[in-house]
Each structure stands twice: as C-alpha cells, then as structure tokens.
Design a protein around this ligand. Structure first.
Ligand SMILES: NC(=O)c1ccc[n+]([C@@H]2O[C@H](COP(=O)([O-])OP(=O)(O)OC[C@H]3O[C@@H](n4cnc5c(N)ncnc54)[C@H](OP(=O)(O)O)[C@@H]3O)[C@@H](O)[C@H]2O)c1
Length: 229
C-alpha cells in the first residue's frame, strides 16, 4: 500500500475512529488539525492504542492535505466550507477529497436528528464547488458512527454508502471502506445522490436516541456483489 490518507479534523471522534481503523489495516495516515500539537497528541494516542509499528503522523490540516493522495474531511458542517477554502491551495489535480460532513440542523442550533438543505443540494456538492478542477470528490462514511469505529476490535455491521462522479475514485474509497472488518461498500451513484445518503445520518441519530443505543447501522439488501470501476 503506497498511499497516504490525510484526515482533516482527524482529532474529532469520526476522524479519529476512521484513523484507527485504517492504521490497523496498515495505511499511512496523517491526522490533521488546526493545531499541530493537538494532532501530534492524537497520533501518540493512536500509537498507545495500536502499538508503535503503525504509520501515523500528526500535522496541521494544510500540511496533511499537501502530503496526502486521499484527503478525508471530518469537520462539522458549519466550518466545512471555511476548511475547504483553507486547504484548497494544497488540493492538486487527481487527488481525492472524501467528504464525510453531515449538514445537521445542530450546526445552526437545531436538533442533531434533523437535516439542513444546503444551497448546493448536499454538503458534498458544496465541497465540490470549491475544490480546484481535477480534484475528485467522493462522499462516504455518513452511516457509520464514531462509537462503532472506535471500538477497534469489533466487526462493523454496516454498509458504507459511496457517491461520486469518478468511478476510479469511488473504487479507491470503496477499498478503504472495506478495510474495516464487516463493512461492505455500496456504490450509490453520482455525487448528487449524497443528498440522500447524508440525510440517513440524522435518522440514525434519531434511532440511537429513541432506542437508547449507539450501535445503529444501515445495510442495503437485495443487491448483487458490486463490481467497482
Ligand atoms: N461522530 C459521528 O458518529 C459521525 C458519523 C457520521 C458523520 N459524521 C460527520 O463527520 C463530521 C465530523 O464529526 P465529529 O463528530 O468528528 O465532529 P467533531 O468531533 O465535533 O469535530 C471534528 C474536528 O473538527 C474540527 N473543528 C471543530 N470545530 C471547528 C471549528 N469551529 N473550526 C474549525 N475546525 C473545527 C476539530 O479539529 P481541530 O480542533 O483539531 O482542528 C474537531 O476535532 C461532521 O460533519 C459529522 O456530521 C460524524
């Protein structure tokens, strides 16, 4: 595996959960943060959890985006656009931006089990509007919770729903998703369909709240094994 995955906002619960899973699978992961020391402390935490042999670094979001082939965006919706604009100079032709952002109503003081409707249709389409031409935006990992990801010895009973307009980029993200034990990646079509997949996340939050659990996952049934790319 000769690639580098940067996680922008990787100090947060979703980003760090993904980092742990990919580090465990042998990926080289850069945890990004606005604050280098915070990112380095998280990298140390990952070493404590998984052992010293893992390929982890902690750095500023800018540096992480510059060094990586795949940049995973795990920040709250209310700051997504400002972070995309901030890392934009480091996003070059051919790189993949994986958007995990959910436009939760809590971003503007509402309930986290309700969705906002961004002007562009979805958070991922909003990100796509601001990246340089040639950067491939894929949306994924909205329906897998940080609680499940951070329980690193458990299998994940959940599909990862992937949307994007570039088949090769979707195949690469699917490969990353399926490095998480138990996960199946499902091609959910063009980036525009992220309007649908993002909206499942507040539903999952609602179900967690109403059933008093942290383990809600989504499975799509009745489809054949997916061929990617
Ligand atoms: N948590 C989940 O289970 C889950 C599941 C599916 C999707 N998501 C989505 O994934 C994204 C991240 O979720 P999360 O729970 O990991 O969020 P989080 O812990 O609240 O924040 C993630 C990181 O974003 C950065 N950040 C926070 N506030 C910021 C601000 N005002 N300006 C700039 N950066 C800021 C912080 O990194 P630094 O301070 O280090 O810069 C923080 O560690 C959200 O869009 C969420 O809807 C989450």
């Amino acid at each position: 595996m000769d690639r580098t995955v940067a996680i922008i906002g990787g100090t947060g619960s979703q980003g760090f959960g993904l980092a742990l899973r990919w580090l465990k699978a042998g990926e080289h992961v850069i945890i990004g943060s606005r604050f280098r020391e915070k990112a380095q402390a998280k990298a140390d935490e990952a070493r404590k959890i998984l052992g010293r042999g893992i390929k982890v670094e902690g750095s500023s979001n800018d540096e992480a985006a510059g060094k990586a082939d795949i940049i995973v965006l795990t920040v709250p919706f209310e700051v997504q656009l400002s972070i995309v604009k901030r890392i934009r100079p480091y996003l070059s032709d051919g790189k993949i931006l994986v958007d995990v952002t959910v436009p939760l109503a809590s971003s503007i003081g509402g309930d986290p089990w309700k969705i906002l409707y961004p002007w562009d249709g979805s958070a991922a389409e909003q990100a796509a509007r601001y990246v340089p031409r040639g950067v491939r935006v894929v949306s994924a990992f909205h329906t897998i919770s940080s609680d499940i990801l951070s329980d690193i010895d458990s299998e994940v009973d959940c599909d990862v729903l992937i949307c994007g307009d570039d088949d090769e980029a979707k195949r690469i993200v699917a490969e990353l998703a399926e490095e998480i034990p138990g996960v199946r990646a499902v091609d959910c079509g063009p980036l525009e369909n992220s309007r649908l997949t993002e909206s499942l996340a507040p539903l999952m939050i609602y179900l967690c709240k109403s059933y008093g659990v942290k383990t809600v996952g989504i499975r799509i049934t009745g489809i054949p094994t997916i061929r990617w790319g």
